[in-house]
Write a protein that binds this ligand. Structure first.
Ligand SMILES: C[S@@+](CC[C@H](N)C(=O)[O-])C[C@H]1O[C@@H](n2cnc3c(N)ncnc32)[C@H](O)[C@@H]1O
Length: 265
């Protein structure tokens, strides 16, 4: 698993946290007692949950030691657990199983999502946001640049590191298991200083597997330059030289059937 850099990630912390606010704003669970945030990162999405439900027991889980350390430093009063969300099961069910911008790093969503739904208490909700990779132009560009013969073999694993499922995939999977299901997508328009800044944006997230798989710094630099050129062609700068790009995100709110959820302890 490539390392995460909490400082680089939080360079765009405000923009990255807005989808968490929008996800949490749509949750309709009256008085959740127990909430878990899977892939909590440096604790920014967990803080959004905490602000809405200050009385609830909230646990943040992440598989990166660096992120768990950053979350503990920023919110020493919180409960932070170092664990793999893909292998996680609840001892007692949670009223809200939340995950913002993390589950696309976990494989096999056909198995994962029904499993996570089964960790939700009756009347509770599984609440997930992920990049909508299936229609994300810049994600496709990254994969195209990675397909160049000069590094294609090295980057084979990285090209397949993240899931790219469609809304209909999640509908077909979850509809039979839920009493209530909402799926929607939103494009978040980001303004950045230049096409090179777009590379910086992705460096702490989607580019990590690629950069880690490349051989050395000169090769990494060449890859980043090729990417900046591809971004500049695809997202031409505005009059002032800055760039405006659409980041599509997929949201899912799923309430399990009373019979399929787990009983409250
Ligand atoms: C893009 S950050 C999202 C952080 C935060 N939730 C937010 O809303 O900004 C993705 C996080 O998912 C974590 N992650 C990736 N794979 C994971 C896994 N299998 N289990 C738990 N966490 C994982 C990473 O360590 C990283 O902290």
């Amino acid at each position: 698993m490539p390392k995460w850099d909490a400082d680089q990630y939080l360079r765009f912390g405000e923009e990255r946290t807005q989808p968490a606010r929008d996800l949490v704003g749509r949750i309709e669970v009256a008085h959740p007692r127990r909430i878990i945030d899977l892939g909590c990162g440096p604790g920014n999405s967990t803080a959004v949950l905490r602000r809405r439900w200050p009385e609830a027991e909230i646990i943040g889980v992440d598989s990166s030691r660096e992120m768990i350390e950053a979350a503990t430093d920023a919110h020493p009063e919180g409960t932070w657990v170092w664990a793999d969300a893909g292998a996680w099961s609840a001892n007692d069910p949670f009223d809200i199983v939340a995950s913002n911008a993390a589950l696309h790093w976990v494989p096999d969503h056909a198995g994962l999502f029904p499993h996570l739904l089964a960790q939700v208490a009756p009347g509770g909700v599984l609440a997930v946001q992920m990049p909508a990779h299936h229609r994300f132009q810049l994600h496709h560009l990254i994969r195209e640049v990675a397909d160049d013969p000069q590094w294609r073999d090295l980057l084979q694993g990285a090209r397949n590191a993240m899931t790219r499922e469609t809304p209909t995939f999640y509908f077909d999977l979850l509809e039979p298991l839920t009493s209530r299901l909402s799926i929607w997508e939103t494009d978040y328009y980001q303004v950045l200083e230049s096409p090179r800044a777009m590379v910086e944006w992705f460096k702490s997230t989607g580019l990590r597997p690629y950069l880690e798989a490349l051989e050395d710094d000169p090769q990494r630099l060449r890859f980043e330059e090729r990417l900046a050129e591809a971004f500049a062609r695809s997202v031409p700068p505005r009059q002032d030289g800055r760039v405006l790009f659409a980041f599509p995100r997929l949201f899912i709110l799923a309430t399990p059937h009373a019979s399929s959820g787990r009983p409250k302890p």
